[in-house]
Design a binder for this molecule. Structure first.
Ligand code: IPM
Ligand code: MN
Length: 362
């Protein structure tokens, strides 16, 4: 298969971790005989520094004309602490999501048995946790009308959702549940918010056309608590943009390191893949960032394009690295192994399992 991949490394540790994901994709190319082309482009603070804008037109064009976007990270502390900044790196990511129509953000949360001691939660609580968050990504309070009065003393952000925006992601969540444990949990605040009541109405109606899927509802405050008390109750979580942002960071803690979590953002015509961790400025250039989230994002890219065995091969290579303790210090405080070393190790252990089994049976 030929795939055109736009490489948006972005800020902080983005370039370091994305380089490892590219190594793994190149290893998949040779092992499985595919052809991938990688085209780098600017985004985020790096793009502001060089062009004055966080999402240059060339970058957007490139992404629109690619089969997939591989994204590193975005953000720089010099903007976080300046409430008057006119341009912000995050605007680049938000515009990219909107322009590419990436309405569904998929964040799998899976606990590796061999890393169970890394979780701050008790073993018996995290053992076997395996759920996926479907976060709406192009609507709600992130994109509603923003206002501030002339004096600068009153500000508001509108949280608006249409039936159409809710139903298109709800269908994806129900379909995902079909091939999983057949449960969808809608996380909302329907006891207070009108937009959440619309979510309940639309999702309940859609649920009727998926009779094999159990649908339940949790208010977001209770969901935040349940995620720590009993995370294995979840299979597919469906939620709006803001609640999804918050609970997915919370969920990442369960696994022991945010450096393990990948994500896919998909729309009708485009798809983007990125680690859920941020730009981690304190670690930039130190060769300590965990490349696994970026590498697993590359696996999601392959899966999205139907390359299931190839994605599986990456998963196995990652598991092999974890089992052999070839990990960065976030997963093993005694480790002296760096981003690049772990990336090489994983890329070099990507094998075609079919061929491997075949050879061993001869
Ligand atoms: C995420 C990030 C972004 C978001 C920021 C960087 C705009 O936190 O992808 O979760 O809030 O969506
Ligand atoms: Mn976030």
């Amino acid at each position: 298969m030929n795939l055109k991949i736009a490489l948006l490394s972005g800020d902080g540790i983005g370039p370091e971790v994305l380089a490892q994901a590219v190594k793994c994709l190149q290893s998949v190319e040779t092992t499985f005989n595919h052809h991938f082309t990688f085209s780098p482009a600017l985004v985020g603070a790096t793009a502001i520094d060089q062009t004055g804008t966080p999402l240059p037109d060339e970058t957007l064009e490139l992404c629109k004309n690619s089969d997939a976007v591989l994204f590193g990270a975005i953000g720089d502390p010099k903007y976080d602490n300046d409430p008057n900044a006119k341009v912000r790196p995050e605007q680049g990511l938000l515009k990219l999501r909107k322009e590419l129509g990436l309405f569904s953000n998929i964040r799998p949360v899976r606990v590796y048995q061999s890393l169970i001691d890394r979780s701050p939660l008790k073993k018996e609580i995290v053992s076997g946790v395996d759920f996926t968050i479907y976060r709406e990504l192009t609507g709600g309070i992130y994109f509603g009308e923003k206002k501030i009065n002339e004096k600068g003393t009153v500000a508001s952000d509108l949280c608006e959702y249409s039936e159409k925006e809710i139903s298109r992601i709800a269908h994806l969540a129900f379909k995902a549940a079909k091939s999983r444990r057949k449960k969808v949990t809608l996380v909302d605040k329907a006891n207070v918010l009108e937009s959440s009541r619309l979510w309940r109405k639309v999702v309940t109606r859609i649920g009727e056309s998926y009779p094999e899927i159990e649908l339940d509802f949790l208010f977001v405050d209770n969901a935040a608590m349940q995620m720590i008390l009993n995370p294995s109750q979840f299979d597919v979580i469906l939620t709006n943009n803001m609640f999804g942002d918050i609970i997915s960071d919370e969920a990442s803690v369960i696994t022991g390191s945010i450096g393990l979590l990948a994500s896919a953002s998909v729309g009708a015509d485009n798809a983007m893949f990125e680690p859920i961790h941020g730009s981690f400025p304190q670690a930039t250039g130190l060769d300590i960032a965990n490349p696994i989230a970026a590498i697993l994002s590359a696996a999601m890219l392959l899966e999205h394009h139907g390359l299931i065995e190839e994605a599986q091969a990456i998963h196995m290579a990652v598991e092999n690295a974890i089992l052999n303790n070839v990990v960065t210090p976030d997963l093993n405080a005694d480790s002296t192994l760096g981003t690049d070393y772990v990336g090489d190790y994983i890329a070099n252990s990507i094998v075609d399992t079919d061929e491997y089994l075949h050879l061993n049976n001869e």
